[in-house]
Every structure is written in structure tokens, then in C-alpha cells.
Design a protein around this ligand. Sequence first.
Ligand SMILES: Cc1cc2nc3c(=O)[nH]c(=O)nc-3n(C[C@H](O)[C@H](O)[C@H](O)COP(=O)(O)O)c2cc1C
Length: 425
Amino acid sequence: MPKKQIHLAAHFPGVNNTTVWSDPESGSQTDFASFVAFAQNAERGLFDFLFLAEGLRLREHQGRIHDLDVVGRPDTFTVLNAIAAVTTHLGLGGTINTTFNEPWELAKQFASLDHLSGGRAAWNLVTSSDAFTGENFRRGGFLDPAQRYDRAQQMLDAARELWLADGRPVDHHSDQFDVVGTFPIPPTPQGHPVLIQSGDSDQGREFGAKTADAIFSRHGSVEAGQEFYRDLKGRMAKYGREQSEITILPATTFALGDTPEEAAENGHRIRTAQVSPQTAIAFLEQVWGRDLSAYDPDGPLPDIDPDPGAQITRGRVRHEKDPLAVAQRWRELAEAKGGLSIRELIIETTARQSFVGTPKEVARQMDDYVQADASDGFILVPHLTPGGLDEFVEKVVPELQDLGSYRTGYTGPTLRDHLGLREPA
Ligand SMILES: Cc1cc2nc3c(=O)[nH]c(=O)nc-3n(C[C@H](O)[C@H](O)[C@H](O)COP(=O)(O)O)c2cc1C
């Protein structure tokens, strides 16, 4: 039987402490040359797509702009359209919010990208549950989080009708949208963009199982990955979908070395640079909901409890809903590991799935992970922009090809071809 094939995407990071901006090899996150270097390298590595995240407002921590990460990035559509011109096969995926936008406008922008790129567009539909990010729009915070997936679904239904209208008049009505008229863009090479979903609540997973072609997940370990994979794919049958119609891609990092020891050393050095003493305290404050600046990052966890009602950080996606339970878990973990300091604990708990080793070992680990159905591949998030993927493409990709689980050439021009997806009905 042919081996299950690994799918790879490359995340160009704009914010977050994953990128080590203090590294002398770090470049610009706004200069087009950075995007070109990154994208062309991902294409050399035969990646499915390049991925851009989105933030609609600068994050705040304790009422101030959060300045530990470099913040800000150019507009997603502008960047993706520009990258389309300097690549030929690489898919172009962007996160665009469904709560504060209108379907006609987004349908037009994605249809344009799909045309200009020859069928390489992908849309990561997010609902931005945080009203803080909505305050810079006319309607303010707008919509309770519980209703956001309803709007996302209605947005997608309306956009789909526009994409597939092919000159016919559109007369679409729902709670959120009334779209009456015609769509000025002819049907696109992919019919409509590949749909990515990344929300992780029950509602988010259901939306993904019903609509998505790919899922950007955050479930790292083999066990957590398998559990998520089973859960998400298990939800598809009731929508009449085959499990192979969704590609699950967790965010992943890597550290390489010529020997296992050198790789471990590199991995440790990268994690330590990603979690500075100030970043460690800021992460802790997000869970505790309190100012903890008086605590020593190299000392033990605070013995006071978190304030469960406080929201000290705004504009960051909160994956943890119950701070008291998180604090309890972290205290137990710190103790079980022989008394971790605050910084050591944050390094440990904020780590994503990371593959560390020689290129051959990393290829083997990734292959084992995918063959065990913990995912269908990965969204790689390198720690350096723009050169962080270079070593991976040069050294790990050939090893994956030797294992027989990675393509040796693109088999078609569109992103749907790379993902093995059918044309939308
Ligand atoms: C791996 C991952 C990546 C995400 N990236 C973004 C992003 O770039 N921009 C954004 O606004 N939300 C992002 N989100 C958040 C959501 O997609 C989602 O809208 C939010 O989590 C609320 O939905 P939920 O409650 O179902 O998780 C991401 C979530 C996950 C799990």
C-alpha cells in the first residue's frame, strides 16, 4: 500500500514570541524581500501553501501596548497577491475574520486572488471571539461569541453563492446578510478558495467538520493530536463527508543539528530565547489576571491564586478558559518536575509540538507522527523570519522524500491539487 503522504504549510509569523527578533539573523516582517525569500524557499520545498495569520488590533497587556513581541504586519490580501507574482505553485492562505467583514467584499477579494494566482487561494475563516478587536469597526464589539459561528456560516453561504453565480443574479437572504445583485468576477480556477478553519471550541470543530478543507490545529503531542484527529474527523460523516476531505495540520516547530546533542542544544537555546524573563512573567500574568512584576522569573510560582474574572491581556486568543484549574495543573507540573521556576514552567507549557534532532531523525519523527494519524502534516512555524525554513527545506525535505512520504514534485497547478481535493460542488 502506498504510504500516507505528509502535507506541509509554512507560516510567515508576524507576531508572537515564536520569532526570536533579537537574533542577529532575524530580518524584517514588513519588507517584501522577506516574503519573497520565505515563499520561494517554501515552494522549493514543495510545500502546499504559505500561511498568514491576522490580528485586527495591537495587543494590550495591563492596559499598555504589548511590546515584548514585534507587532504589526501588512494587509493579508496585498501580501498574498504580491507573492502570487513571484511563485508558481505555492498555495496562498490567509486568515480573514468573518465577524467584521461583508461577504460580497471578501468573495471579491478571494476570487481575485484565486484568478491572479491560477487557483492557489485559501481562506482561514476565523470568528475573533474577542470584542476588543471589534472596537475599531463601525459596529464595535458586535455579536456575542456564541453567535459568531452562525455569522461565519452565513458569510460562507453567501460567499459561495457569489463565487458560483457565473453571471446569474444573486438573491441571498439570511439573519446577517441581504445580498442582491450580480457578482462581477467570473468563476475562478478552484471554483472557490480552499477553506481553512482553526477555531477549537465545540462550535468551531463542528463548523470545521462541516465546511473546512484543512484545519489549522494546536494539538501537539501524538496522543493529543490523535484525540483531536479522531474527534474532528468523527464529526464529518453526519455532513455526508469522507474523512479524507479534511487535512489536519497542527502548528509545529523544529530544531536541527548535525548530531542529536547539537540539535538538543539548539532546541534549548531557541526555547530560552523565545521565553525571555519578561515574556515568562507576562504569560503568567495572563493566567493569573494579576500584576506579577514583583515575582522573580527564576523563582517559584506565586502562592496566591489567579483572579478568575480578570482580563489583563486583550487581543490574544485565549485557549484556556479556567485559570484556577490551569494554576493548579501548573503547580503540580512544577513540583513533579523537581521544582520548576516560573520561566522554566512557561518554557515547558507554551512549547508547541517540536521536532528536535538530526535531519534524518526529524524526518522520521514527522513521518511516524503522520502515519499514526496524529495529523496529516504540519504548519511549520520557524523561529527566524525570513530564513528559518531554509535548513529544513535543504536537509529535512530530501529525507522525507527518501522515506516515501513526501512528494518529489507538484502534481498539479492548484492548491486543491496539492491537497488532493475535488472541485467544490
Ligand atoms: C492554531 C490556531 C490559529 C489561529 N489563528 C488565528 C489568527 O491568525 N487570527 C485570529 O483572529 N484568530 C485566530 N485563531 C482563533 C480562531 O480561529 C477562532 O476564531 C477563535 O479561537 C474563536 O473560536 P473558538 O472559540 O472556536 O476557538 C486561531 C486559532 C487556532 C487554534
